[in-house]
Design a protein around this ligand. Structure first.
Ligand code: MF3
Ligand code: CO
Ligand code: CO
Length: 325
C-alpha cells in the first residue's frame, strides 16, 4: 500500500494507485483537490508577561456562571479585545498568498497577538494546538494550521480570537486566494451578507431567533445551505458562554435580547449540504458532500436601540454591511 499519489494518476477505471484493489474512481479519486491533513508543528509558547486564560496550562476548560448582561467596564474591555482581534485578522488576511503553509499563518498570527499583549485564545483551548483556525475550501470550521500549502484558487477562512484585559474578542473572515472560481466568490459574498443580515436583526426586546431567521432566509433565497452543528455563542471572560445563537430559524431560540448582552454571529454557508463530517483529529469539520463553504464572524453587544460590533471599526475586513459600502 502506498500513501502518496504518483506523478501520473491512473484512468478512472484502472486500479487505484494506493494498492487497495478498487477502481481509482471508487477510491482515491474522491480525494483529488480535497483538503488533506498535514503535519502539525509543536505548540508555540507565550511569554510570561502575557496574562493567560485559566485553560492555557492544562487544556481543561472550567466553566463558571458569568452574567449575560455585561457591565460598562467589561464592555469597554471587550471593545479593546475586539479591536485587537479585528486588526490581527486584517493583517493575517493581507499575509495570505499561494505557496505559504497554514502553519506559516499560525506563526504570524501568534506573534501579532503577543506583540499586542494578547493571548491567542484558541491555544490549548480544550487542547486545541494552534493560535488560530484555518479552514480552506470544504472545511467548515476549526481547521488546524499545518504543513498544507495554500494554493491559488483556495478560499481560506481565518478565525482569530484574542484574550486581553480578562476578556475574549472573536472574529473571522473568508479570503479568496488568487484566481477563485465564480461560484466560490459568490458563496463568499453571500456569506458576508448573511452575517450582516444576522447582525442587523439584533435589537433589544426581540428573540435571538430573529437572527437565525434573517440568515437562513437570505441563504435559502440563493439556494445555499446553512450549517446547523456550529453556532454563535455568548462571550466575555470565557471564550464560550451560555447564549446560543443559531444561524437558522428555530422558534425555541426564544431568549430575548437585552442591552449589554455580548455574543457572536458566525454563519457557515455551503454550496451544497448543511451536513458535516469530522476528521479523525476531532476538530476539523468538513462538508459531508465535499462542496465548499464560507464563514464570517463578528462579536457584538446589544445596545439600547440595536447593536455595536466590537470586532468592527474602520480597519476591519468586514467593517459594515456590504450593501452600504
Ligand atoms: N473561534 C471559534 C469560534 O468562533 C472557536 C475556536 S475553538 C478552537 O467559536 F478550539 F477550535 F480553536
Ligand atoms: Co466564535
Ligand atoms: Co471564532
Amino acid at each position: 500500500m502506498s500513501a502518496n499519489p504518483p506523478a501520473v494518476l491512473p484512468q478512472a477505471n484502472d486500479p487505484c494507485w494506493c494498492g487497495s484493489g478498487r477502481k481509482y474512481k471508487r477510491c482515491h479519486r474522491r480525494d483529488e483537490g480535497k483538503v488533506m491533513p498535514g503535519e502539525v508543528s509543536p505548540m508555540r509558547t507565550v511569554p510570561d508577561h502575557i496574562a493567560r486564560p485559566s485553560y492555557a496550562d492544562t487544556g481543561e476548560v472550567e466553566r463558571w456562571d458569568e452574567p449575560i448582561v455585561k457591565s460598562p467596564e467589561v464592555i469597554e474591555a471587550m471593545r479593546h479585545a475586539g479591536r485587537v482581534a479585528s486588526e490581527v485578522l486584517r493583517l493575517a488576511g493581507e499575509f495570505l498568498q499561494p505557496g505559504i503553509t497554514t502553519d506559516d499563518v499560525d506563526a504570524y498570527v501568534h506573534d501579532l497577538f503577543i506583540e499586542r499583549g494578547a493571548y491567542p485564545s484558541t491555544l490549548n483551548y480544550h487542547g486545541y494546538p494552534k493560535s488560530l483556525c484555518t479552514s480552506a475550501n470544504e472545511v467548515i470550521c476549526h481547521g488546524i494550521p499545518d504543513s498544507r500549502i495554500i494554493r491559488d484558487g483556495d478560499i481560506m477562512n481565518l478565525d482569530v480570537t484574542g484574550f486581553i484585559g480578562g476578556v475574549h474578542g472573536d472574529t473571522n473572515a473568508t479570503f479568496c486566494i488568487g484566481d477563485v472560481d465564480p461560484a466560490s466568490r459568490e458563496l463568499v459574498r453571500i456569506t458576508e451578507e448573511c452575517t450582516w443580515r444576522g447582525i442587523e436583526a439584533v435589537r433589544p426586546g426581540r428573540p435571538l431567533s430573529d437572527i437565525g431567521r434573517a440568515i437562513e432566509d437570505h441563504a435559502r433565497t440563493g439556494g445555499y445551505g446553512v450549517v446547523r452543528a456550529f453556532i454563535g455563542h455568548g462571550i466575555g471572560h470565557q471564550f464560550h458562554t451560555d447564549i446560543q445563537v443559531l444561524h437558522y430559524y428555530d422558534s425555541r431560540a426564544a431568549t430575548v435580547m437585552q442591552p449589554g448582552m455580548v455574543f457572536t454571529i458566525e454563519p457557515m454557508i455551503t454550496l451544497g449540504t448543511w451536513q458535516h463530517r469530522m476528521w479523525d483529529d476531532g476538530w476539523t469539520a468538513v462538508t459531508a458532500d465535499g462542496k465548499r463553504t464560507a464563514q464570517f464572524e463578528h462579536t457584538l453587544v446589544v445596545t439600547d436601540d440595536g447593536y455595536e460590533v466590537l470586532t468592527g471599526g474602520p480597519d476591519a475586513v468586514s467593517p459594515s454591511p456590504p450593501w452600504t459600502r
